[in-house]
Design a protein around this ligand. Structure first.
Ligand SMILES: *Cc1c(COP(=O)(O)O)cnc(C)c1O
Length: 963
């Protein structure tokens, strides 16, 4: 008898089958169910031969989880975690362990989706509403959204908001104070440039006197630490009809007057230092707050208070009609994925510390800064800024280099400003001993004495009296009831339990790719060597990051067939914007600056037209035919009509209809023939990796949603990453960065994110996924994603019409079921089905995108046959309920569909007045006896919340009533 060899016993590709749901045997059985001899036969019949890749990806073979973690460790160890006093909008912070473990490292929080289905999202909605309340309180504004991607893009969005709303001053000039953070200025300039807005940077008083500007951006405190009362300046601006954005430091706001109180019209900033690691630049939640008058113009998601069917308080995303999904190129912004998970962390940090605790943290930072500054003065080096919160700038002249080197010998990074100045920003983690070390770095000889200086300093020496703030914030009980760890832990668990995330059930959202986010992939995110780096740390401290990013770039180039990658965009929407900018710059470089038409098929995702508008392009819609394919005649017509001014087409592949269109190669050829470039939206790359590469079948640029195909979890609405791959001809036009230039591109290029590599600290997730799967595993994942979708289509097709299929009758990695005929016949709507699925324990599929009245299902490769069947069984059972309504066996106006979802309170109530049973309401299939999810609210009223807009935490009594 032959025994397996040692090599055979060591299963190096074990992980592949942990990531992929169906077993190899099941894959073959499922393929046979679909009428094919093998999985490969299904793929050959589904994916057009013309786009299939010739050679496999050049990637290492799959590795074990242990090996991958070992390799990442060795990369991480090449990073040097210095103490960074660089500031510039990024500060070290202590993440409370209870939040790190129970939120950041907890799939109940990090695997949830954006809360489009409010009934299964009340937990994260409540946390995000508290985020808004926190921002409203600290900024002193009327209204805040539920996070932005970073401070730089938030400032850019503020500029476009002011441009839209300032009806009294239609000038095109935007003033930027020279002491704004340099990366913010760069992001704003890029954004302004393409929209025809003229940015003038300088001393704001002088600029105000010189320019008729529609808006102005100020930093509070300034990037070099100077703190001043902005109200006279804002008043002067207002008298010239210039509206004002203040970019504020959230920690400083605990001690200084709110920008709202100073008269600001918009306030933006970053909540990173509220317990979210710097992570070499991200992810962190930026914030955006403004006046009530501008609420219809605000970018991003806003959580609002509404009511459910029974009149109980329930939360939902408000005013979605501003957003790109609905308003498309007229949307207030292109932002889709934001930074929900990080916003939630920052909010819990505020709840954990409470107003007094936060105030003490801020006061301690300020006092230590005052002590540090006083000691420096004693040593003969007074700071340039006498007024400050936590940042001091020193003119050190030709000693600059020597001091920087002395600091490095102590493991300290200072901010290098020009050739003669240095900046020092203290933070929550700075100790008295650290201040003594800083003194040593700056001067030899006797050091000042911390406690003596502490005694000598009176009050808040850096803060002018008129700016000092009393504790008028975070008085809501939510910020005051959870200071013990036990209470905090239970509150977070209470919220988590309200929601459906991937650790409960399949989330079959089409276009969103809700696949496994393996624990091993997540582990490195919180390693200090990845989490603790400042984005502007010297390059020789970030070698591990550079190596990891370089390897990931290679992996993604292999997956996409492109020649170069930019890791800067921190969401798909930002990748679109960056890719379109590269296209524009390319045309400009060839003397084709007039090329500004962007063709977009009618089936496109809303971010496409919204991004085109942001990039200063004009959108021309191309129609789709009855089969859902791009209408090639219409394409020819419109490309031909715009042959002189065609910039590009933006097309999703496989299409948002879930079909591999045969015509894609011809489509690329037509657009190229008319001088345009081809942007392939890479959100559906999960149907392509390993079997076809957009860079090889004719596309010029794509964004990759690493939070879809490459396993970064969705975090309840972010973070994400949206790097772009481009052909060699577009490489010179990729983004750079003003503080930390990106190697290989001109330092003066466009800037799309605040940090050079976007949300760098989540890149190890995608790196780990690719290393764990290897070329073979990735290819198999794609094939099984297609298999699973076709299996679902097959099981459902006799119960619901499948809207679109390819020429051979197959779908790609998702399928659309058409509810319109059923609705016509029975009155049951797609929304009824979505909500009824909650009673069956499932998150709904994507509703009414890309076609109204439909549901789009994307199972991904990670769902097992067991779960696919459970989901199909649920939809089939629902179909039978619909039939019962049609047949009059269930009441047309009082049935389990239109009343869904049912809460525990419904079925446990002492009275039950419906004509169907409680059992049918709550346990329509036997398998639910094993595990039942109870939604915390009944169906949420979509209209009430918008009509009665309320976007802050309601009085605590309303929470008690609910209990
Ligand atoms: C998700 C998605 C986007 C937007 O990506 P974000 O990362 O959410 O900004 C764009 N296009 C399609 C087809 C998508 O599914």
């Amino acid at each position: 008898m032959s025994r397996p060899s040692l090599f055979e016993l060591e299963n190096h590709s074990d992980f592949i089958q942990r990531h992929i749901g169906p077993t190899v045997k099941q894959q073959e059985e499922m393929a046979r169910t679909l009428g094919y001899d093998s999985l490969d036969a299904l793929i050959d019949d589904t994916v057009p031969a013309a786009i299939r890749r010739q050679a496999p990806m050049d990637l290492p073979a799959a590795q074990t989880e242990q090996a991958v973690l070992g390799h990442l460790r060795s990369l991480a160890q090449q990073n040097v975690v210095n103490k960074s006093y660089i500031g510039t909008g990024y500060h070290d912070t202590y993440t409370p362990a209870v939040i790190q473990r129970n939120v950041l490292e907890n799939p109940g929080w990090y695997t949830a989706y954006t809360p489009y289905q409010p009934e299964i999202s009340q937990g994260r909605l409540e946390a995000l509403l508290s985020f808004q309340q926190m921002v409203i309180d600290l900024t002193g504004m009327d209204l805040a959204n539920a996070s932005m991607l970073d401070e730089g893009t938030a400032a850019a969005e503020a500029m476009t908001l002011l441009h839209r709303v300032n009806k009294k001053n239609r000038s095109n000039v935007f003033i930027v104070a020279e002491d704004c953070h340099p990366q913010t200025i760069a992001v704003v300039k890029t954004r302004a440039g393409v929209l025809g807005i003229e940015v003038v940077v300088g001393e704001p008083n002088a600029l105000l006197a010189e320019h008729q500007a529609f808006g102005m951006l100020l930093q509070y405190p300034g990037t070099y630490g100077h703190l001043e009362d902005l109200s006279p300046l804002i008043e002067q601006a207002h008298s010239a009809q210039t509206l004002v954005t203040v970019a504020a430091d959230i920690m400083a706001l605990l001690m200084v007057k709110s920008p709202g109180a100073l008269g600001a019209d918009v306030v933006v900033g970053n909540t990173q230092r509220f317990g979210v690691p710097m992570g070499f630049g991200g992810p962190h939640a930026a914030f955006f707050a403004t006046r009530d008058a501008y609420k219809r113009s605000i970018p991003g998601r806003i959580i609002g208070v509404s009511v459910d069917r029974r009149g109980n308080q329930a939360l939902r995303m408000a005013m979605q009609t501003r957003e790109q999904h609905i308003r498309r190129e007229k949307a207030t912004s292109n932002i889709c994925t934001a930074q929900a998970l990080l916003a939630i962390m920052a909010t819990f940090y505020a709840m954990y510390h409470g107003p007094e605790g936060l105030r003490r943290i801020a006061e301690r930072i300020h006092r230590l800064t005052a002590i540090f500054g006083a000691g420096m003065r004693e040593m003969g080096l007074a700071a340039e800024n006498a007024q400050f919160f936590d940042t001091l700038t020193f003119h050190v002249g030709e000693r600059q280099q020597a001091i920087v080197e002395a600091a490095l010998r102590h493991g300290i990074n200072l901010r290098v400003i020009g050739g003669e100045r240095l900046g020092v920003a203290l933070d929550e983690t700075t100790s008295a001993a650290d201040v003594e070390t800083l003194w040593q770095v700056f001067a030899d000889g006797d050091l000042p004495d911390v406690s003596a200086l502490d005694k000598a300093i009176d009050g808040e020496p850096g803060i002018p009296g008129e700016l000092s703030r009393h504790m008028d914030y975070l008085q809501h009980p939510l910020f005051n009831d959870y200071h013990s760890e036990t209470e905090m832990l239970r509150y977070m668990r209470y919220l988590e339990d309200k929601d459906i995330a991937l650790n409960r059930a399949m989330i079959p959202l089409g276009s969103c790719t809700m696949k496994l986010n393996a624990t091993t992939e997540m582990l490195p995110v919180t390693w200090p060597e990845f989490a603790g780096l400042h984005p502007f740390a010297p390059a020789d401290q970030t070698r591990g990051y550079q190596a990891m990013i370089g390897e990931l770039e290679h992996m993604l180039l292999q997956a996409t067939g492109y020649d170069a990658i930019s890791m800067q965009p921190n969401a798909g929407s930002q990748g679109e914007y960056a890719g379109l900018l590269a296209i524009m710059r390319y045309h400009q470089s060839r003397g084709d600056a007039q090329r500004n038409i962007c063709l977009i098929p009618s089936s496109a995702h809303g971010t496409n037209p919204a991004s085109a508008a942001l990039a200063g392009m004009k959108v021309v819609i191309v129609e789709c035919d009855d089969q859902g394919n791009v209408d090639m005649d219409d394409l020819r017509l419109k490309a031909g009509r715009h042959t002189d001014d065609l910039a590009c087409i933006m097309v999703t592949y496989p299409s948002t209809h879930g079909v591999f269109e045969e015509s894609i190669i011809e489509l690329c050829a037509i657009v190229h023939q008319h001088g345009g470039q081809v942007y392939v939206d890479g959100a559906n790359l999960n149907a392509l990796v390993g079997i076809a590469a957009p860079g090889k079948f004719g596309a010029d640029v794509s964004h990759l949603n690493l939070h879809k195909t490459f396993c970064i979890p969705h975090g309840g609405g972010g973070p994400g990453m949206g790097p772009i791959g481009v052909g060699a001809h577009l490489q010179p036009f990729l983004p750079s960065h003003p503080v930390a230039p990106v190697p290989g591109v001109d330092a003066g290029n466009d800037v799309v994110s605040a940090a050079p590599y976007g949300s760098a600290s989540i890149l190890p997730i995608s790196w780990a996924y690719i290393a764990l799967m290897g070329a073979q595993g990735l290819e198999l994942a794609t094939k099984v994603a297609i298999l699973n979708a076709n299996y679902i289509a097959h099981r459902l097709k006799d119960h619901y019409p499948i809207l679109y299929t390819g020429t051979t009758g197959n779908v790609a990695h998702e399928c659309i079921i058409d509810i319109r005929p059923l609705k016509e016949a029975s009155g049951v709507t797609e929304e009824d089905i979505a909500k009824r699925l909650i009673d069956y324990g499932f998150h709904a599929p994507t509703m009414s995108f890309p076609v109204a009245g439909t549901l789009m299902v994307e199972p991904t490769e990670s769902e097992s046959l067991f779960e696919l069947d459970r989901f199909c069984d649920a939809l089939i059972a629902i179909r039978q309920e619909i039939e019962a309504v049609q047949a009059g066996k269930l009441d047309a106006g009082d049935n389990p569909l239109c009343n869904a979802p049912h809460t525990l309170a419904d079925v446990a109530a002492s009275t039950w007045e419906h004509p169907y049973s409680r059992e049918l309401a709550a346990y329509p299939v036997a398998s639910l006896r094993r595990y039942k999810y109870w939604p915390p609210v009944n169906r949420v009223d979509n209209v009430y919340g918008d009509r009665n807009l309320f976007c802050a935490c309601p009085a605590i009594d309303s929470y008690r009533e609910e209990a």
